[in-house]
Design a protein around this ligand. Structure first.
Ligand SMILES: Nc1ncnc2c1ncn2[C@@H]1O[C@H](COP(=O)(O)OP(=O)(O)O)[C@@H](O)[C@H]1O
Ligand SMILES: O=P(O)(O)OC[C@H]1O[C@](O)(COP(=O)(O)O)[C@@H](O)[C@@H]1O
Length: 312
């Protein structure tokens, strides 16, 4: 079974405008509301890919109730810890360039964290645990590391997608799979990552520094770079207008986790991951299985090893 943990869920409220002008009153052309937060997005895409998961994390108030009910309507199993304050609302403005206003998180107490730990105690070596998204301000940056310590002896495969200080801390727990985007990788090593080649160099450093099994560096329209002990691969995606960047990274993580669960080989896993990310970027909301399957025929995977050897 795949378990996703979203410490900081959100209702994503996407507003489409002709143009966003600060200080003006705007009327939206179209708006969408859906349950969000990174782990929840991963669960929703897994469901579309035909893979069962259980969504864990903290939800509260009427917004939390909406998230729980929406997921259950989509036949996604949930086992959230209930907190007192309302789950946040994140506003995404599509008007020319995309702008985002992510809300403040509800308070999460020590008892709430303990309740989450108890839910994690049932996991076994058959399970994948996806830890994704930001950490609420009431929790320490080390929370992902603490969760990994808690499941360490169970042989659970932990997938990590977070950023900033939470990423830096969590890497010490040696996750099985990590997916920073190229900017998060650059921030981690205080360098510039401007090309596929830079991503391959610093992605391998990440793999070796933290003894990680699989690293994927996502690069938006430039696809993604995959690194394991013996291979470095680049997946390129067809040039097409992206209409939605919200959830593309989460879709990539879902495609990757599903590929691991299906025991595909690395190139196939990468193909499915990138096809899922790009199919979401090319559609108004999340990808469907049909879109992923169609796009996966158009993804090109090449090995970067020979190029690395030539450059050495
Ligand atoms: N403009 C785009 N064109 C095609 N694919 C995209 C585009 N933006 C995102 N994607 C797909 O989604 C994946 C994740 O996107 P990225 O923006 O790197 O992640 P994040 O949302 O975590 O920052 C990419 O690897 C790619 O497959
Ligand atoms: O937990 P964070 O980092 O605040 O991010 C939450 C936001 O990110 C999203 O999960 C989208 O993430 P990606 O675009 O990186 O896939 C939204 O659903 C949500 O509003």
């Amino acid at each position: 079974m795949i378990y996703t943990v979203t410490l900081n869920p959100a209702i994503d409220y996407v507003v489409e405008l002709e143009e966003f002008i600060p200080g003006n009153i705007h009327r939206s052309k179209n708006d969408l509301k859906y349950p969000g937060g990174k782990g929840i997005n991963v669960s929703r895409v897994l469901q579309r890919l035909g893979e069962q998961s259980t969504a864990l994390g903290f939800v509260g108030g009427f917004t939390g109730q909406y998230i729980k009910e929406s997921l259950e309507k989509e036949n996604i199993q949930t086992d959230f810890v209930q907190v007192e304050e309302d789950t946040r609302i994140n506003v995404k403005i599509r008007g020319g360039e995309e702008s985002e206003i992510n809300g403040t998180s509800p308070g999460v107490s020590r008892e709430d964290v303990e309740a989450l730990y108890q839910k994690l105690d049932v996991l076994t070596q058959e399970d994948e645990l996806i830890l994704a998204g930001s950490v609420p301000s009431s929790l320490p940056h080390s929370i992902y590391l603490d969760i990994m310590e808690r499941v360490r002896n169970k042989g659970v495969r932990v997938c990590l997608d977070t950023s900033g200080e939470a990423l830096g801390e969590a890497l010490k727990g040696r996750p099985y799979f990590v997916k920073p985007n190229h900017l998060e990788l650059a921030e981690l090593y205080e360098v510039e990552v401007n090309s596929v080649e830079d991503a391959a160099v610093y992605g391998r450093k990440l793999l070796e520094d933290f003894d990680i099994e699989h690293v994927v560096i996502s690069m938006a329209g430039e696809g993604a770079v995959y690194i394991n002990k013996s291979q470095t691969l680049h997946a390129s995606v067809p040039k097409q207008k992206a209409v939605n960047s919200v959830g593309a990274g989460d879709s990539l993580v879902a495609g990757f986790a599903a590929g691991i669960a299906e025991r595909l080989d690395p190139a196939q896993v990468l193909n499915q991951a990138v096809a899922s990310g790009s199919a979401t970027a090319f559609s108004e909301t999340f990808c469907t299985k049909k879109e992923v399957e169609e796009l996966s025929q158009k993804i090109t995977i090449r090995s970067l090893e020979s190029e690395e050897t030539n450059q050495a």
